[in-house]
Design a protein around this ligand. Sequence first.
Ligand SMILES: CC(=O)N[C@@H]([C@@H](O)[C@H](O)[C@H](O)CO)[C@@H](O)CC(=O)C(=O)O
Length: 320
Amino acid sequence: MASPKKKLQGLVAATITPMTENGEINFSVIGQYVDYLVKEQGVKNIFVNGTTGEGLSLSVSERRRVAEEWVTKGKDKLDQVVIHVGALSLKESQELAQHAAEIGADGIAVIAPFFLKPWSKDVLINFLKEVAAAAPALPFYYYHIPALTGVKIRAEELLDGIQDKIPTFQGLKFSDTDLLDFGQCVDQNRQQQFAFLFGVDEQLLSALVMGATGAVGSTYNYLGRKTSQMLEAFERKDFSLALNYQFCIQRFINFVVKLGFGVSQTKAIMTLVSGIPMGPPRLPLQKASREFTDSVEAKLKSLDFLSFTDLKDGDLEAGS
Ligand SMILES: CC(=O)N[C@@H]([C@@H](O)[C@H](O)[C@H](O)CO)[C@@H](O)CC(=O)C(=O)O
């Protein structure tokens, strides 16, 4: 794995936690999953035990084992493995942070505690600082996802002076649609070389314009290639082509959002596209319906996503 000091950039797949039909974690397919991400999707960075990975629905011991399995199977194949160690209990979060360091992960990320909530920036920073201190050699990322945590403290405020409190702070995973807040994070922290990782896949192009240095998301599990093509077009300043890719990705996401989209559906889509059985989600989530899977399969075919055919300029109408 790469040196922990290397900046996290480009696409980061928020990994699914594969499960058996009995609801146990299916560790046996993680090696295959790593190979799929690297070879078929060209994605070499992963974010483990986050929202998509149902991290907060797993026990601490399961989270440790999942993290270990990804680090072991990703050795010499993946560039960076970031482990989400956020929890309601500070002690659990610290245990997971320390464990991530012990197993050789490349970074840790933490969401705001979401039951008994921090109501001010300073309180949230104090919590994050205590977790970061449990893994003092690991890059630390704050995972901002206010729609799920209910903690609405603006990321831009949180970042103000954060490295004085958390010396290992390395960046932000921003899973929100507030591009004013995101833009201000970038604008006010450019000199610090933080990673600004955007987490709303359907809006990534707008975030790239705003200065995102990378992206963490669920769709990079199966749309990694397609999204990389968008990133490459953006790098080349071919904005019209980049927009075509974003629209194509949006068409698919819009389609699944209308059917009802979340972690369960991500598991179903990934099973369909990769052929690796991701299994059902854990309660309280419900397995995606057969109707959902059938509709998605047809849509992916119509958009040519299953064959990863290059989108050419002007193909905007295809599959719409
Ligand atoms: C709420 C949610 O699950 N958002 C996803 C997105 O990738 C999302 O699935 C995508 O933008 C489609 O809406 C990621 O931000 C979550 C994520 O990175 C994670 O699993 O930790």
